[in-house]
Design a protein around this ligand. Structure first.
Ligand code: HEM
Length: 448
């Protein structure tokens, strides 16, 4: 298929039409949390318009299935909210999502495989995690596991990741189409996750399965079709997780996340809903994000041949390419907070108790902060200047590990393959939160 691109706008006819449609919509109907905007990339037109016309935007309940919420779309406002946990509380929420009553949560879990205590904890609150806590609890929960990704632990993981990356790449078919997401991105991140959890390597795809389920919305063509199906898999993960944490308690302390949780001096005070919440964030946090950045880097370099040539001519650009990909891809579109008091921003008052989406995916394309922000430029002046890891006390715990995996896989790829060609368009995730790829077909014509 030939796609004709306009010389004036750089947009295809389809994109130009989508942009026009979005600019014709009444402003109050713009709903950035609508997952339908993401697979096509239309979301960038929604945010482009909001940054110019209504940077602190209110979506009323009648225009969203998630209940009313606010959207911050400019870099400076997102950073201001993310670094002010007193006015913007993380307690009890991670994303702009549908509200579920404790009874609905309990009904979804109640099939008799969890203990009474676990059930009550989940039914009372849903899960609670380090990512959905304010100080002082946040410091205690983050502190319990942070050694798992300490510089010393990462240095110990480096050769392991390199060996695995090499083995994955050596096993790839040459001259044949295959799905990059499954064969490389998922495989490498699943191996790293199994190490972080000290989970048997041969069962690593079980971790991928649980992570996919935990981060999916039923009925959107992702991992599961129904709430019931999702609840069964989530319960299975929780039962396995609490079994593993209990097992670690009877063993010598080690540096995997589960052992760190089990032996933390505070963990006896952690509720079941907190252990499940922390386990979920540690599982999901490192999985889809890194996976989608690996896939995104191959896609972006294929679509930007000049950048690809720069990288191949100068492999020292790998770290800067990795940061640029993390900005350009923005693997997590947003995080949500709730105001603890009335907050004024750009002349509007966000009332106390309302939910606010900090849209990193929009801030990362804010022209007032980043020059030529829509473009993918691997040697831009300040590539680490991006919002993708968040700011403030919740700033991504695994950011160095994510960068390390990306750096290693690219060093190993450049050493092996002179070309990787993306065939057609990848299938993108239908999600308001995880910006990524379900599948991407590639061909590697030959080895070096
Ligand atoms: C490119 C890859 C990644 C991206 C884009 C990413 C993004 C993020 C973002 C946006 C946050 C929330 C920041 C905020 O609220 O201010 C976060 C938190 C977190 N991430 Fe990552 N992440 C990535 C990789 C990883 C990896 C590999 C791990 C491995 C363990 C990880 C673990 C966590 C944890 C535990 C938190 C919660 C921190 C807290 O609440 O204190 N992430 N991440």
């Amino acid at each position: 298929m030939t796609i004709s691109i306009s010389r004036d706008t750089g947009l295809s006819a389809e994109q130009a039409e989508a942009r026009e449609r979005i600019y014709a919509m009444p402003l109050e109907t713009l709903n950035p949390a609508n997952p339908d905007h993401y697979p096509s990339g239309d979301i960038h037109f929604v945010f482009e318009r909001l940054r110019h016309e209504d940077p602190v935007h209110f979506t009323p309940t009648e225009h969203t299935e998630h209940g009313h919420y606010w959207s911050l779309t400019k870099w400076e406002d997102i950073q201001a909210a993310d670094t002010n946990h007193e006015a913007f509380s993380a307690e009890g929420l991670i994303t702009i999502a549908k509200y579920r009553t404790p009874e609905q949560v309990a009904a979804a879990f109640n099939d008799g495989t969890m203990t009474q205590e676990q059930m009550e904890a989940v039914a009372a609150k849903g899960t609670r995690s380090l990512l959905s806590m304010d100080p002082p609890d946040h410091e205690i929960h983050r502190g319990a596991v942070s050694e798992g990704v300490s510089p010393a632990n990462l240095a110990a993981m480096d050769p392991l990741i390199r060996e695995r990356a090499g083995a994955i790449l050596d096993a790839l078919p040459i001259g044949e189409e295959f799905d990059w997401v499954d064969k490389v991105s998922i495989e490498l991140t699943a191996m790293t996750l199994a190490t972080l959890f000290d989970y048997p390597q041969e069962d690593r795809r079980k971790l991928t399965y649980w992570s996919n389920i935990l981060s999916s919305t039923p009925g959107t063509g992702q991992a599961v079709e129904t709430e019931e199906e999702r609840a069964v898999a989530v319960r299975e993960f929780f039962v396995a997780l609490s079994g593993m944490v209990n097992q670690r308690r009877s063993e010598e302390p080690r540096l995997d996340f589960l052992s760190l949780m089990a032996h933390s001096p505070h963990s006896k005070d952690f509720t079941d809903s907190e252990l499940m919440g922390d386990g979920t964030v540690l599982l999901v946090g490192g999985n889809d994000t890194t996976r989608n950045t690996i896939t995104g880097s191959v896609y972006a370099l294929d679509r930007n041949p000049e950048e690809n040539a720069k990288l191949r001519a100068n492999p020292k650009l790998i770290p800067s390419m990795v940061s640029e990909t993390i900005r350009w891809q923005t693997p997590l579109t947003h995080m949500a907070r709730r105001t603890t008091r009335d907050v004024e921003m750009k002349g509007k008052v966000i009332p106390k108790g309302d939910r606010v989406g900090m849209w990193y995916v929009s801030g990362n394309r804010d022209e007032d902060k980043i020059e030529n922000a829509a473009a993918y430029i691997i040697d831009r002046k300040n590539p680490r200047q991006h919002l993708s890891f968040g700011f403030g006390i919740h700033r991504c715990l695994g950011n160095k590990l994510a960068e390390l995996q990306l750096k290693i896989i690219w060093e190993e790829m450049l050493a092996r393959f002179p070309e990787i060609n993306v065939i057609g368009e990848p299938e993108r995730s239908h999600s308001r939160f995880i910006k990524g790829y379900e599948t991407m077909t590639v061909v590697i014509p030959r080895r070096n």
